[in-house]
Ligand binder design. Structure first.
Ligand SMILES: Nc1ncnc2c1ncn2[C@@H]1O[C@H](COP(=O)(O)OP(=O)(O)OP(=O)(O)O)[C@@H](O)[C@H]1O
Ligand SMILES: [Mg+2]
Length: 459
């Protein structure tokens, strides 16, 4: 039998999509990324992976699986977020809460134990039950997990972990995949819930390519504008529950604090009677949220009008400006348009379309929209207003959250019967002569009409 070659086998792994090739090529045929291939050593799966081998499990009847309430659910959860957004802070605070019930292992590959302690002290956490481990070697981390059997384990961050079985640098696709797969094995095999912190790449993917999202049980993102105090925690994948729920937090000196009534906070500093300011009842997860949309429209000083959008999709705003121009005769072609969602939130739901359109129209005409009216509805390209989902959840928020918004404009089919007069649903998009011009931010004058019937033209 010929002697086995000792030269390590290598492959070129795309750092963007994780596919591997035997030869280097400039462009990855799978994802189209240029210059994304890096040579990495390929290792055959190690028999009897490092750490103590565990005895094989026996199949059990489904009805004999212990109920979740009493046992730790062995999950592997990935928490992603921009640099400095507060991932470590959130997990340190979660560790502190859980440490009241058992040992928590906090593995930090990024910060020294002293740095982690400084943060914990700032948060007022004494942390007698929190074990700190400053380690980046995966085998040592797994060994520590198996030895300490924690109630909860945090790996901060997965990009810093490396396995000596893989030759490439920590943070590379092969390392990420291998480390996550090994930690999954530990989570499921040893019944330890593990939270992984993952950095978001400039493309917005957590922990590099999306390879990790398939391996883990749940993916959470902590979002927010860097210079605002508010952070929203949302789930994009959850094998054990809904992805609808969100958490709203405020970052402060003593860490993240839950915001009980976000609407109140978001509307706190609202200046009423200013053109371009509109309140929109949006839904974040299952939670209704009143937010202020601000628009500012100024004449263009250069040839090309600017569109600057904060907190919303710029493409959607461009579309709404086009609809306003064509269907409502409100052209902003010679104006710069700035749209801002107050509070550093990011909202993607199309139900905010009408609010944005009214804010822009109000700014364009330099006339304030009714400060006691909230606007919601999706705008179609024909200028028609489409129904919005879950209107019933939004209406109590509009009525009671701040007691500031007492009326609303919504498309007819979204309308739910309302117990009081404060919440008015429309038979047409804008039912009364009072609402109609105000929706376009232009009271007292006859609105420009392109087409009759419900929809934007009616405004
Ligand atoms: N003394 C302080 N007062 C208020 N906020 C602070 C203070 N110190 C830090 N912060 C906030 O905490 C954030 C850093 O939090 P944290 O280290 O948890 O973020 P991270 O997401 O883990 O960052 P990284 O990506 O670097 O790991 C800072 O961006 C800042 O907003
Ligand atoms: Mg951190």
């Amino acid at each position: 039998m010929p002697p086995r070659s000792t030269t390590p086998k290598t492959a070129f792994v795309c750092q963007q999509c994780g596919n591997d090739y035997p030869k280097w090529i400039g462009k990855c045929p799978s994802c189209g990324g240029w210059n994304t291939l890096v040579e990495e050593r390929v290792v055959a799966p190690v028999k009897g992976r490092s750490g103590a081998a565990r005895s094989p499990r026996q199949p059990i009847a489904l009805d004999q699986v212990p109920p979740d309430a009493e046992v730790r659910i062995p999950t592997l959860v990935l928490l992603g977020g921009d640099p400095g957004i507060g991932k470590s802070s959130l997990l340190m605070q979660a560790s502190a809460s859980l440490s009241a019930r058992g040992t928590v292992l906090y593995v930090s590959g990024e910060e020294s134990a002293a740095q982690v302690k400084l943060r914990a002290r700032r948060f007022g956490i004494d942390g007698g039950n929190i074990l700190l481990l400053g380690e980046t070697d995966l085998a040592s981390v797994i060994e520590a997990i198996r030895r300490t059997k924690p109630l909860f384990c945090v790996i901060d961050s997965i990009q810093t972990m490396s396995s000596e079985d893989i030759a490439s640098a920590a943070g590379g696709v092969s390392q990420l995949r291998e480390c996550t797969a090994r930690l999954l094995e530990v989570a499921k095999g040893d019944d330890v819930p593990i939270f992984l912190v993952g950095h978001v790449t400039k493309e917005g993917n957590v922990a590099g390519p999306r390879v990790l999202e398939h391996i883990v049980d749940a993916v959470l993102y902590l979002e927010g504008e860097r210079f605002h105090a508010f952070r929203v925690l949302r789930a994009t994948k959850n094998r054990f529950g809904s992805t609808d729920e969100v958490g709203v937090f405020e970052m402060g000196e003593s860490g993240l604090r839950e915001v009980m009534n976000p609407s109140e906070v978001f509307l706190e500093e609202r200046s009423r009677g200013v053109a371009g300011s509109v309140v929109v009842p949006t839904i974040e997860g299952t939670r209704p949220l009143l937010v202020e949309v601000q628009a500012l429209v100024t004449p263009t000083s250069f040839g090309l009008p600017r569109r600057t959008v904060n907190g919303m999709d710029p493409q959607r705003i461009a579309l709404l400006l086009a609809v306003l121009t064509k269907r409502a005769g409100l052209s902003s072609g010679s104006h710069d348009v700035y749209v801002n969602l107050v509070g550093g939130l990011r909202i993607r739901e199309p139900a905010t379309d009408l609010g944005v359109a009214v804010a822009v129209a109000s700014a364009l005409r330099d006339h304030p929209a009714d400060p006691r009216t909230v606007f919601l509805g999706e705008l179609g390209l024909g200028g028609e207003l489409r129904r919005v989902q879950r209107l019933a959840s939004r209406s109590p928020a509009s009525r009671t959250a701040t007691a500031r918004s007492s009326r609303s404009s919504a498309p007819r089919r979204s309308a739910m019967p309302s117990p009081d007069r404060a919440y008015q649903t429309s038979k047409r998009a804008y039912p009364s002569s009072h609402d109609r011009p105000r929706a376009a931010g232009h009271p007292g004058r006859r609105p420009h009409r392109h087409r009759s019937g419900p929809g934007l033209a009616a405004a």
